[in-house]
Design a binder for this molecule. Structure first.
Ligand SMILES: Cc1ncc(COP(=O)(O)O)c(C=O)c1O
Length: 364
């Protein structure tokens, strides 16, 4: 039997760096805030696992009222099913025989949904599910303006539904619709009204499909930045918010009511000149495609660039010593968590738990 992790009980200042950290109180507040928002509403949370990829955290989201989890990848869904989750949606296309067979296999153990946007997807999944004697729920993805995957709203979506409903070993479960092109609109009112107009396209498509005589069990979509706009629209059932639970620098600008729970503990490893400090993390430890990390407690210190694998050079630094600890706030929590294998949970500057990130690096 594995013993107690020796880092539990350690002060953060005694840890090796870089280390991914989660502030327990901030994370619990985020979970609580989001679950109370949806507690008495018709729509329910289906949090996006891709944000943290950590089974323990996903369990906490389910315990606080989430109806199931959303995944971006089949391999993430497999991890959840292996760990006993019984209701998982892959809000993405699963293509290729090996993958559709894997999909059909997990559908024997759990309620599995997957997005499709053409008849070929449905035929392949139906065939694999037939071979595996399982049933897969299909959500027709509607492109509500993002321009990624998805069939056009209205008649094209209805046409696809007509073509798939009679296929064996699948069940038409509803619509997938994500307003991803609007989540970064800074002005909250503008974001809210534009996101609602976009999501209305999915709601109207739902009505059209229903009026043609097909039952639509759900519309699943929305994000941490639009939970209080599209998440309250009549006809929307499931909210796939992900980042609210860990938060990051980018989302903090959009939904400041959630707290930055995630940080990267890093160290100054060199002071090669009077104004210069070198930190022990680079692109192999922090996702930075949305911009550079912030530095907690030093809001005025900017990281000028962040391209090295394992280093980050700061040119105008305060009076930091070699060995000084800093908390970087990643700009993108999802790509940062994917780079780490575990997350150290802390409270009052002491490590209280160590959680594996089971789906880190699961990309297939
Ligand atoms: C399909 C889908 N649903 C929902 C989300 C929302 O996640 P988050 O709340 O982290 O923005 C995303 C984000 O990329 C997504 O791709």
């Amino acid at each position: 039997m594995a013993g107690v992790d020796p880092r539990i009980g350690m002060k953060l200042s005694d840890l090796e760096t870089p280390t991914l950290l989660l502030d327990r109180r901030a994370c619990e507040n985020n979970i609580q805030r989001m679950s109370s928002f949806f507690k008495d509403r018709p729509s329910k949370l289906r949090p996006h696992f891709k944000n943290h990829k950590c089974v323990t955290l996903a369990r906490k989201q389910i315990a606080s009222g989430a109806v199931g989890m959303t995944c971006a990848k089949l391999a993430e869904a497999e991890v959840l099913v292996e760990h006993g989750f019984d209701d998982v949606l892959i809000a993405n296309q699963v293509v290729g025989k090996i993958k559709t067979l894997r999909l059909a296999r997990i559908a024997k153990k759990a309620r599995i949904g997957v997005a499709i946007d053409c008849l070929e997807h449905a035929l392949a999944i139906s065939q694999s599910a037939f071979e595996e004697s399982s049933t897969v729920n299909l959500l027709v993805e509607v492109d509500i303006g993002m321009g990624r995957c998805g069939v056009q709203p209205g008649e094209p979506a209805l046409e696809l539904v007509r073509n798939i409903v009679k296929l064996p070993n699948i069940r038409f479960a509803g619509l997938q619709a994500y307003e991803g092109h609007l989540v970064n609109v800074l002005d909250r009112k503008e974001r809210s009204s534009r996101a609602q107009s976009a999501m209305q396209l999915a709601v109207e498509t739902r009505r059209l499909i229903e009026s043609a005589g097909y039952e639509v069990f759900c519309i699943s979509g929305c994000s941490s930045a639009t939970y209080d706009s599209t998440g309250t629209l009549a006809g929307v059932d499931e909210i796939q918010a992900g980042t609210y639970v860990t938060m990051d620098k980018q989302y903090k600008k959009l939904v400041p009511e959630f707290e930055n729970a995630l940080s990267l503990l890093v160290r100054v490893i060199s002071r090669p000149a009077s104004n210069k400090a070198v930190i022990d993390v680079g692109v192999k430890g922090a996702g930075c495609e949305f911009g550079l990390p912030g530095i907690r407690d030093f809001p005025d210190v900017e990281i000028p660039f962040f391209l090295a694998e394992e280093h980050c050079v700061i040119n105008q630094c305060p009076d930091w010593q070699v060995g000084q600890l800093l908390h970087f706030i990643p700009t993108h929590a999802c790509t940062t968590c994917n780079l780490h294998r575990e997350i150290l949970v802390h409270e009052n500057d002491i490590v209280v738990e160590v959680w594996p990130i089971e789906a880190s690096g699961k990309l297939t």
